[in-house]
Design a binder for this molecule. Structure first.
Ligand code: ADP
Ligand code: ADP
Length: 228
């Protein structure tokens, strides 16, 4: 489904020395798999998600989506894949402040199509934010905006979800709601999620540990072992 070979991402620090934000990483994700990505701050989790999702180009290496290399795709081809097949839940929400919540969710699909409008409204209801449908996001709390971003990530019924700390700004019960949504998607949608939230990691098929730009080890969660 998604594969990356020999990825490196090189940045310059303040003293103009080059350093590796991502260092020789190989990665694969099978269809329907949920993969947790953990590691200390600065270890490269976000950078990895950005590269795998085609939002950032690696300095070295190649990402393949369904066996097609992203680097040889045209801008439009990549944009089409991102819009139709990928869902993003990132820290910076990139919500559009002059659009209503509903229009933000509909911004990645054909907003005039009744099917998508119903899908979007159902998602807002599931997430408990249907009352905000006609409001602008800047009037909402961080947690509520996070839920709008989640609805927008899911509305197009993507094949892969890229999520960076999706529950970080949510209280326990809302985090649980998001976790239940992820659990219900497992097996159908590939989910790559950088998180410290153990209840999400317990659901993961595999957990990848990042350290200093490298994948240190990968494992299946303890709960999965207990279930064997
Ligand atoms: P190294 O070559 O330095 O050992 P790798 O990144 O190749 O580092 O692999 C380290 C560990 O992570 C190995 O156990 C490998 O199987 C595992 N690993 C590498 N890539 C993935 C991936 N995408 N998903 C799960 N495990 C991975
Ligand atoms: P994590 O998500 O695990 O916190 P990041 O991927 O955000 O890690 O960052 C990995 C490393 O790359 C960190 O040392 C970070 O400071 C650095 N970094 C991230 N973005 C940039 C950038 N645009 N320019 C320079 N360094 C960056």
């Amino acid at each position: 489904m998604l594969e990356a070979r020999d990825l490196s991402l090189i940045y310059c620090n303040e003293r103009n020395d080059e350093f590796y934000a991502i260092h020789d990483v190989n990665f694969f994700a099978n269809r329907g798999e949920m993969i947790g990505i953990v590691g200390p701050s600065g270890s490269g989790k976000s950078s990895l998600l950005y590269i795998l999702s085609g939002l950032k180009k690696p300095t070295v290496g190649t990402v393949y989506y369904q066996e097609h290399a992203l680097e040889v795709m045209s801008y439009n081809e990549l944009a089409e894949i991102r819009r139709k097949e990928y869902g993003f839940i990132f820290q910076r929400h990139f919500l559009i402040n002059y659009l209503t919540v509903l229009d933000n969710v509909l911004s990645v699909v054909n907003r005039n199509d009744k099917f998508w409008r119903n899908t979007a409204i159902n998602l807002l209801e599931t997430l408990g934010i249907a009352d905000f449908a006609n409001q602008k996001p800047y009037k909402m709390s961080v947690g509520e905006r996070q839920k709008v971003a989640i609805a927008r990530a899911l509305v197009s019924q993507p094949k892969i979800i890229f999520a960076d700390e999706p529950t970080a700004s949510l209280d326990h019960s809302n985090a649980r709601m998001v976790m239940d949504i992820f659990a219900s998607l497992k097996g159908e949608i590939t989910i790559l999620v950088a998180t410290h939230d153990d209840s999400i990691l317990d659901q993961a098929d595999r957990v990848i540990h990042m350290w200093d730009g490298r994948i240190a080890k990968s494992s299946i969660p303890v709960s999965a072992i207990e279930n064997i």
